[in-house]
Each structure stands twice: as structure tokens, then as C-alpha cells.
Write a protein that binds this ligand. Sequence first.
Ligand SMILES: CC(C)(COP(=O)(O)OP(=O)(O)OC[C@H]1O[C@@H](n2cnc3c(N)ncnc32)[C@H](O)[C@@H]1OP(=O)(O)O)[C@@H](O)C(=O)NCCC(=O)NCCS
Length: 154
Amino acid sequence: MISNCEVGLARASEAGRIALLSRAAIEHGLAWSWTPQRVLKSVRDAATNAIVARDGGHLLGFAIMKYGDTDAHLLLLAVDYARRRRGVGSALLAWLEVTVRTAGIETIRAEVRAGNLPALAFYRRHAFERQRVLRGYYQGVDDAVVLAKRMCAA
Ligand SMILES: CC(C)(COP(=O)(O)OP(=O)(O)OC[C@H]1O[C@@H](n2cnc3c(N)ncnc32)[C@H](O)[C@@H]1OP(=O)(O)O)[C@@H](O)C(=O)NCCC(=O)NCCS
């Protein structure tokens, strides 16, 4: 684990860096849809948590999750390439899982590009289960694997 890793709500001033990390780590090969403006909307949306992991002033990673009544949708999760496999993604997910449990939400849903083996391994490690494949989900370029994690009562 990175010693000074601190997880918390994203600031509006971090929207640009989050959007750049989304483009590089998640949206490569696709049109850039999570622009700074869209990320900023999520930062300000009451039904969404945009969170970051920071090491001092450095952005290590981020996640964006939208909350419904019974399920939560993990829209984005990414860690800076140079900081992977050091527990940052797990720390972001753990923070979100606390909020999900507190809210009494039953299920977390996520989608992953079908060829994204590291992310599939990450979610498997965190007890997400494969639900189905959505053909062409990513702008007709890539299929998505839909994953879900049932949350146990606290
Ligand atoms: C998926 C991602 C967020 C994981 O973040 P991370 O900080 O590297 O993950 P962690 O260090 O917390 O990994 C936890 C466990 O997940 C599994 N895992 C993570 N990356 C893996 C990889 N590349 N290969 C195999 N298993 C992996 C391992 O079991 C790992 O535990 P270990 O390191 O003790 O073996 C990161 O790889 C990433 O940003 N990928 C690009 C963006 C992306 O694909 N996002 C998901 C879809 S939105």
C-alpha cells in the first residue's frame, strides 16, 4: 500500500485531472466522453460520489459511483498506471462499500471492457460476479462484461 494514500471526496478543482486519467486509463480507443465538464457534474450531483485517492498533491486514482434506491452503479474506477498493484483501487472500492452499506444498498453494478483482464481480475478478487455481456456497449467498439456484487447486511 502507498503510505500516504488518502481517500476522500473529489474537489471541483480535480475534475480536469480525473477526466484526463479517465481518458488515458479507461476510454483509450474511444471518443472522450468523461470530459472535465461531465466529471464536474458528477462531483456536484447529490446522488453521485466522485472520490479520489491522493498522495499529498498527487492524484493516485479516482472512482465515480451513482446511487439508486437498491443498487449503486460504479461508473468509473481508475488508478494511475505507475501506482497500480499497491492497493489504491482496493482502497477506493472499500470507501465506496462503506457508503453503500450505510445506505442499505443491496448491489453494486459495474461494467468492464471485455478484454480488460486486469480489471476483471480486480473485480473477481473483490467478489463481483459476471452477469452478462453487452455487445458493442462501448461506442460500438468494444463489448462490456456486466458485473455485480451483492452486499451483505452490515
Ligand atoms: C482495475 C484497477 C483500478 C485496479 O487498481 P489497483 O490499484 O492496481 O488494484 P489493487 O492494487 O487494489 O489490486 C487488488 C487485487 O486485484 C487483483 N488485480 C489487480 N490488478 C491486477 C492485474 N493487473 N492482474 C491480475 N490481478 C490484478 C489482484 O488480486 C490484486 O491483489 P494483489 O496485488 O495482492 O495480487 C487498475 O488496474 C486500473 O486503473 N485499470 C485501468 C482502468 C480500469 O480498467 N478500470 C476498471 C473499469 S472502469
